[in-house]
Ligand binder design. Sequence first.
Ligand code: ADP
Ligand code: 5GP
Length: 221
Amino acid sequence: MLTEPSGTAAPESEGRQGRAGALLIVCAPSGAGKSTLIERLCAEFPRIGFSVSCTTRPRRPHEVHGRDYVFLDEETFLCRRREGFFAETARVHGNWYGTPLGALKDMLAVGRDVLFDIDVQGAAQLRLSIPGGTYVFILPPSMAELERRLRGRGTDAEEAIVRRLANARREIREANWFDAWIVNDDLDAAYDKLRSVYVQATLKPALQPHFALSLLEEEEA
Ligand code: ADP
Ligand code: 5GP
């Protein structure tokens, strides 16, 4: 378990004002537009490293092993889970998902910000084990629109859509503890809000705890 503040080193190019990496945890009911928004954020801010999860879910045609997920069979996943490989794990829509702890530590060690695309159960586990993250919940404008988007995406069978909608209701009921809610009605407006939350997450004094006092020490020297 990672108990130290989120990250220690910053890239040398950041100089005296270098800061540790920020953690941005983004949750949403499936179909709300989370992947669309996250992709845009990562494209705009190269400092963000995406936490690539492991899953036992079958790969979708457009997905790349190692980029979107590391796809594992259940036996391998559960073996890694027993060995403490994951920062958190959860069973979502009937499959296992987990955040590899080692990759997270590696990204923080080089001062990268880390973005997590995980479910509410996993986010709640991370909040207990890793301090200082910012937790964002993306909401659809209505449940009818959520269903339209899930069907329109065309990636899931009917049974999976029904299961995802049932899980969506459960996740929305559990979303009251998040730091920010963003309603994804107009995509550009939702993106502007996510961008603001990310920028704010990078401004936390805990990410560069000595900076303010270093100004005074510099003056005294
Ligand atoms: P998630 O990652 O939350 O499951 P996706 O990003 O895959 O959701 O989005 C689900 C579908 O909804 C996709 O087809 C996407 O293009 C579409 N979508 C996302 N945001 C909006 C929006 N604001 N308005 C209309 N459609 C959207
Ligand atoms: P999908 O199968 O649509 O890619 O993802 C289904 C759900 O699993 C999404 O809510 C996604 O955020 C979540 N998820 C993806 N990776 C992880 C992970 O490592 N841990 C947890 N707890 N949830 C994850």
